[in-house]
Design a binder for this molecule. Structure first.
Ligand SMILES: Cc1ncc(COP(=O)(O)O)c(C=O)c1O
Length: 373
């Protein structure tokens, strides 16, 4: 049987990984500044993570949401403690798009409305409502066009109010730091304004933290450099360090009822242990703070290059050049054995390493960059 060929792939076959390094089938070592698309948060094969998953698998790999699973409450308590959002409610699922889908659905249930406001260059995933709120026509099928979504620019409160005034909007969804879109961020004033307008016009504000959450930006969630309390927060990627787990945090004003949301795999025992192990390591190794320190170092080194702008926050960073970075990424991987990320803005090279990265790894990157330019 042939694979359905949808991924353009580099000619590298990883077979093993450790902390910030990935090893291919020929034993070649690659520095991972891509983290498998912002997924690897605590480093590859972290011993505590491996031991937790091995222990769980040897006891109980899976049971469904028809029975008690105390690991889910442990996970809710730990996310509440680390994010300081103890009064929110946790619903677990298995991927980023699924988190978005559930977030939009909750917003629609809560408000009784169905139109969504998203932003230019947004990426929220590939399932039905998520892809409709994604600003990329190429991945939106005719089926998905049934969803009513309006795209606006960041930082224009007048345009936002004009749409909200129509009274049919269930959700305003935004990435505090755009991932696929190329690391653009709404201003703090705009974020505060969005919250105020959503409250005024009865719409839910959804912070998509699928990529920026779980300490990557230097705060637990990237929106937390402002004082807002979104109705719903989505998370996935770094939450499981590679184990498929996602979830939404739901404001206490939104009420649960049996059957409102549901999933077979979401919140299973392995997924909970993976996320709990990630949270243990984030706390024990102080990785949120470390992400900020590494950002400062990264920015300092990047200053030595003219015509390069650093975008993003913490270890969700981008380098914006005045040329398309495709060939540069290829050279970094093939000649220097360094993985980096691209973006829908073709001039932006994305840097999404494990949060355990150290200054000498960044030095290795900047030396390679210097030689490649
Ligand atoms: C901000 C954001 N939201 C949602 C998603 C969708 O996540 P997934 O690929 O796990 O479905 C992504 C994936 O890149 C993302 O970056």
């Amino acid at each position: 049987m042939k694979l359905f060929d949808v991924y353009p792939r580099y000619d590298v076959t990883p077979v093993r990984a450790e902390d910030v390094y990935v090893f291919d089938s020929q034993g070649k070592r690659y520095l991972d500044l891509y983290g498998g698309h912002a997924v690897i948060s605590i480093g590859h094969s972290h011993p505590h993570y491996v031991a937790s998953l091995q222990d769980q698998l040897s006891n109980l790999g899976f049971y469904s949401n028809a029975v008690q699973n105390p690991l889910q409450q442990r996970l809710a308590d730990e996310i509440g403690a680390q994010s300081c959002l103890n009064d929110y409610q946790l619903f677990l699922c298995s991927s980023g798009a699924e988190a978005i889908e559930n977030a939009l659905k909750m917003a629609s249930f809560h408000t009784g409305k169905k139109r969504v406001i998203a932003f230019n260059h947004a990426f929220h995933g590939r399932t039905s409502a998520a892809v409709a709120a994604t600003d990329n026509k190429k991945i939106t099928a005719p089926l998905n066009q049934q969803q009513a979504v309006c795209f606006l620019p960041f930082n224009d409160l007048n345009k936002l109010e004009h749409e909200l005034q129509k009274g049919d909007v269930c959700a305003v969804i935004f990435e505090p730091i755009q991932g696929v879109g190329g690391l653009d961020q709404p201003s703090g004033a705009f974020i505060l304004g969005m919250e105020k307008l959503c409250l005024q016009y009865g719409a839910c504000l959804i912070a998509d933290e699928v990529q920026s959450g779980f300490a990557r930006s230097g705060t637990f969630f990237a929106f937390q450099n402002t004082q807002i309390r979104p109705h719903i927060i989505t998370m996935a990627k770094g939450m499981g360090n590679g184990f498929p787990v996602g979830g939404i945090l739901i404001h206490p004003d939104l009420k649960a009822s049996y059957g409102l949301l549901g999933t077979t795999f979401g919140g299973n025992h392995m997924a909970c242990r993976a996320a709990l192990a990630v949270l243990d390591v984030l706390k024990n190794e102080n990785l949120q703070r470390h992400a900020l320190k590494m950002e400062i170092y990264f920015r300092k080194q990047a200053q030595k290059f003219s015509d390069v702008t650093v975008k993003g926050r913490g270890l969700m960073l981008g380098l914006a050049f005045d040329f398309e970075v495709g060939p540069l990424r290829k050279s970094l991987i093939e000649k220097h054995h360094i993985f980096t990320g691209g973006s829908s803005n073709k001039n932006v090279l994305r840097i999404l390493p494990p949060l355990t990265i150290q200054t000498h790894h960044l030095d290795q990157f900047f030396t390679a960059l210097n030689e490649s330019l």
